[in-house]
Write a protein that binds this ligand. Structure first.
Ligand code: NAD
Length: 263
């Protein structure tokens, strides 16, 4: 299937590793030109070099903290300067810290609000005029299975990601007349370094081994394994493509079947 992505211009936030990196690689494999970012320019450049080496596309690395509006605007502006426009944006950010409601202090709420919700607003505001001008637009937000089923001890994720979903759904209706499609992709447990780090932390807290913690997660997943980052990226790449032309305001679960909700 030709996804029609060759030469499209894409921005992927927080892409030096994990899901963001896998999405950038997937889009590059389909021929997109890219701007990626992470807080460390060195790490962003190392990721860009790997993607360039594997695919030969044009890719620019930028240092940006996605909790800063000016940094996000600079990432989008870089895409316009380098490639003449923006067709696709993939919203991603580091996950907020774990914690229950009573244990989470007010400053952490504001930080998560900026890093995980406002970053989506800033990215979209910056990209939409260029998408309108270019006649093609795909806005895709990486969230979490917590949008369907809140996860205990992750109140900030549960709150901010449903905020992204409500915002995306509103935007989908407003932007449809301009041909700009807005969708949300929700990972269950995809094997990234973040999951390794969370498993380590859970193991030291519970006195279990890392393997035991990992296996307990796997036991709850109907497909019987963690997802691979490229399996997650496949959904994002499809939504970015011309082939996803009748999908907007949707939530796509990539979770191996772990969420049992009907909708
Ligand atoms: P990860 O920690 O492996 O990668 C996160 C990336 O974000 C890294 O490249 C890091 O450098 C970058 N980053 C972090 N904070 C940033 C900031 N303020 N500015 C710019 N870059 C920043 O995480 P991941 O597993 O790839 O997850 C990506 C997102 O998806 C996170 O928000 C995570 O909570 C969420 N998520 C992941 C899973 C999963 O199974 N992996 C499940 C649910 C939700």
């Amino acid at each position: 299937m030709d996804l029609g992505l060759k030469g499209k211009r894409a921005v992927v936030l927080a892409a030096s590793r994990g899901l963001g990196y896998a999405c950038a690689m997937g889009l590059a494999q389909e021929g997109c030109d890219l701007v990626i970012c992470s807080r460390s320019l060195e790490r962003a450049e190392a990721a860009a070099e790997k993607i360039r080496g594997a695919t030969g596309v044009r890719i620019t690395a930028v240092s940006a903290d996605v909790s800063q509006k000016a940094d996000i605007e600079n990432v989008v502006a870089t895409c316009v300067e380098q490639y003449g426009g923006v067709d696709i944006v993939v919203h991603n950010a580091g996950g907020p810290p774990a914690g229950g409601f009573e244990a989470t202090a007010e400053p952490s709420w504001y930080k998560a609000f900026e890093q995980n919700l406002m970053s989506f607003v800033w990215l979209s505001h910056a990209a939409i005029p260029h998408m309108k001008a270019g006649g093609y637009g795909r806005i895709i937000a990486i969230t979490s299975s917590s949008i369907k089923q809140p996860i205990p001890n992750l109140v900030l994720s549960n709150a901010m990601r449903t905020g992204v979903l409500g915002t995306a759904k509103t935007m989908a209706g407003e932007l449809a007349p301009h041909g700009i499609l807005v969708n949300v992709v929700a990972p269950g447990t995809i094997a990234t370094e973040r999951i390794d780090e969370l498993n380590q932390a859970n193991a030291s807290k519970s006195g279990k081994t890392v393997d035991e913690v990992r296996q307990a997660t796997i036991n709850r997943i109907p497909l019987g394994r963690l997802g691979r980052p490229d399996e997650f990226a496949n959904m994002v790449v499809f939504l970015a493509s011309e082939k996803a032309s009748y999908i907007t305001g949707s939530v796509m679960m990539v979770d191996g079947g772990i969420v049992a909700a009907l909708q």
